[in-house]
Design a protein around this ligand. Structure first.
Ligand code: NAD
Length: 477
């Protein structure tokens, strides 16, 4: 059992007056982590202490900060296996995936350590005697509030970019993966000056207390509802808000594609990490011409997945994060069935402990069903049959969300229309996942705002200052 401690003002073990929270293993219900809960007063004190450390870190040379972040990446690497085990114990994903997330996080820390010192401002052409330039500066105090679904990779992105650009950070990991956040913060803190990183633990109330503080940036990766609450809180304090929120990513399957290959893509997109990926395939629009073969192949793929505890090496489909989330997923499936949809496989709550949910394929869905329109975040593939590519594109675009979309097509003109017309941050043609390093996108509408990753995330954590310098009257310094 992990016993988590908070880090405030450079002191481990501080605070916790808000009580204790226990996290249970979603594979068997056994207790995994015991976690202190910060009070609002402790959050305020932690922010004040962080502010004290801000000026010195901001004025540390960028290369020195980058070296510290490289050392932080080394420290995370040294506990990579422990971190992956904590991820699996707390949120259930297969251990190999958890390892992948930790490796991605380490890679991101190193990438930001390399990139940050190379980014600068630029000189301007003003009056010949004057000196004009624009330059990025740290914003100051950053609150980083993160989710549980890929906790190390997501946290390393926000923390790495904020720290290396000279900000002090108050890190509030998800209440569903607090020990993971604690292990990560412990490793990072080893490489950083005291007070530069703080760790606050607890549930939504701790996040809300933090988001309401006089900080300079609130960076949140998580649900749309939380992102909106944070935006409202920051509107009162004037903090900048960076939001990477929910999605309901469509998959369009065009006429003329190989149905078996398309089903493989759909299964990967809908069932990886038990569907708990921000860019998971959440709704499928398949052309009538290939629909029957596609659904048959998708059902086969779903049935072939080996479900089990994430710690078992053979497991391909782990449990959902907890039973509360499973109720949400199952609720959407049963509502769709009550409204005329058909479960082709899965869709039933298994007996036994934990929060397992089977890979589920639902057909006869309509575009207006909540299972299709809302974020499910579970291993569910709802299929809507369409009569044309036009109709598929129209449905794909018609969503409150705007995170990403995938189109499977052999038609270059359809591919071109898709990337131009879909109002989302990322468009993928013929591959549900993947993309070149350095890609970064703006999510749209309910999916958030700002760059949540990529080199541009470094810019989000800096403020650009314009400087104009003239000699004093008389022309001499
Ligand atoms: P969540 O928003 O419920 O929780 C995320 C964090 O916000 C947690 O630390 C939580 O304690 C905190 N929080 C909750 N209420 C708060 C409030 N009122 N004020 C401040 N903080 C608060 O999200 P989750 O359930 O942990 O994560 C799943 C969601 O995250 C899904 O919607 C998924 O799509 C999204 N997500 C998005 C991305 C992306 O890049 N767009 C990446 C990963 C996950």
């Amino acid at each position: 059992m992990y016993t988590v401690a908070q880090l405030m003002g450079g002191v481990w073990g501080a605070g916790g007056g808000g009580g204790e929270l226990v996290v249970n293993d979603p594979a068997d219900g056994s207790p995994v982590s015991s976690v202190p809960v910060a009070t609002a007063d402790e959050v305020g004190k932690a922010v004040a202490a962080a502010r004290e450390a801000a000026a010195e870190w901001a004025s540390t040379a960028p290369a020195t900060r980058a070296a510290a972040v490289h050392r932080a990446a080394d420290a995370v690497e040294a506990v990579a296996e422990e971190l992956a085990a904590a991820v699996t114990a707390e949120m259930g994903k297969p251990l190999a995936d958890a390892r992948g997330g930790v490796e991605a996080g380490i890679g991101t820390l190193r990438q930001y350590a390399e990139l940050a010192p190379l980014r600068g401002g630029r000189t301007l052409h003003g009056e010949p005697d004057a000196l004009d330039f624009i330059t990025p500066q740290p914003r100051g105090v950053v609150a980083a509030i993160t989710p549980w679904n890929d906790p190390v990779a997501v946290s390393c992105g926000l923390l790495g970019a904020a720290l290396v650009t000279g900000n002090v950070v108050l890190y509030k990991p998800s209440e569903r993966t607090p020990a993971t956040g604690w292990l990560l913060a412990r490793a990072l803190d080893q490489a950083l000056p005291a007070g530069v990183l703080s760790l606050l633990t607890g549930g939504p109330e701790v996040g809300a207390a933090l988001a309401g503080q006089e900080v300079d940036v609130v960076a949140h990766v998580g649900s749309t509802a939380t992102g909106r609450a944070i935006a409202a809180a920051a509107a009162r304090t004037g903090a900048k808000v960076l939001l990477e929120n929910g999605g309901s990513d469509p998959l369009v399957v065009d006429a003329g594609v190989d149905a078996s290959w398309a089903a493989g893509q759909a299964a990967l997109g809908a069932f990886a990490n038990a569907g708990q990926i921000c860019v998971a395939v959440e709704r499928i629009y398949v052309h009538r011409e290939v629909a029957e073969d596609f659904v048959a192949a998708l059902v086969q793929r779903a049935d072939a997945l080996r479900a089990g505890p994430g710690r078992d090496p053979g497991t391909e489909l782990g449990p959902l994060v907890d039973r509360r989330h499973r109720d949400h997923v199952h609720g959407q499936v049963t509502a769709a069935v009550a409204d005329g949809a058909q479960v082709r496989t899965g869709g039933e709550l298994p007996d036994g402990p934990g929060a397992f949910y089977p890979a589920t394929v639902v057909t006869d869905c309509r575009h207006d069903m909540p299972l299709v329109r809302e974020e499910t975040f579970g291993p569910v593939a709802p299929v809507v049959v369409v009569d044309s590519f036009d109709e598929a594109l129209r449905c794909a675009a018609d969503s409150p969300y705007g995170l990403a979309a995938t189109v499977l097509t052999a038609s270059m003109s359809h591919a071109q229309r898709a990337w131009r017309e879909l109002p989302v941050g990322t468009v993928k043609i013929n591959s549900v996942f993947g993309g070149a390093p350095g890609g970064a996108a703006h999510p749209r509408r309910a999916s958030g705002q700002g760059f949540g990753y990529g080199p541009e995330l470094l810019d989000e954590f800096t403020a650009t200052k314009a400087v104009h310098i003239e000699a004093p009257g008389g022309g001499h310094w």
